[in-house]
Design a protein around this ligand. Sequence first.
Ligand SMILES: [Cu+2]
Length: 175
Amino acid sequence: MKYVLSAIVLAITLVQPLWAADGPPPVNPDTNHHSEADTQEIGRPGRPDDVTRTIEVRLYDTQSGRMIFEPRGLYVKTGTTVRFKIVNVGLVEHEFFVGNPHQISEHRKWMQDNPDMEHSGPNSVSLQRGQSGEVLWAFDTPGPVDFACLVPGHFEAGMRGLIIVNDLPAFGNRG
Ligand SMILES: [Cu+2]
């Protein structure tokens, strides 16, 4: 019962910032002070043999200029290796980048300075319109893990999301 209550409290706490239509973003790369989140451990690249959960994430852009991930909030149980199946259903190039706020801020600056450079890493995938790809990631540390699209202007247009990694028993979309 205690766990169930904790889960409900957590869900209520998270639902507001994550799912409110124009709610505050979970990440603010313009913040200069170093908070705990800046150095948050986000896990490590996953191995195919360890995958125990597959999550599809769709990348959208809308005619109104809004850009979003669907879903933009996720729970993952600590120790899970996730296969993210990333599908770009938008009209322009997008990416899926997993990191802590510091890593997102650094990658955002790099993308602004190198807008046309091809790049890839174990924690990211860049996709042209209509393409799909994968990121395998092992979530071995409890805490928040951010994800974002750092194509210039997209983060600001809403392309950001949050994964909560914890040890709570199963509920909702966790696995
Ligand atoms: Cu994008």
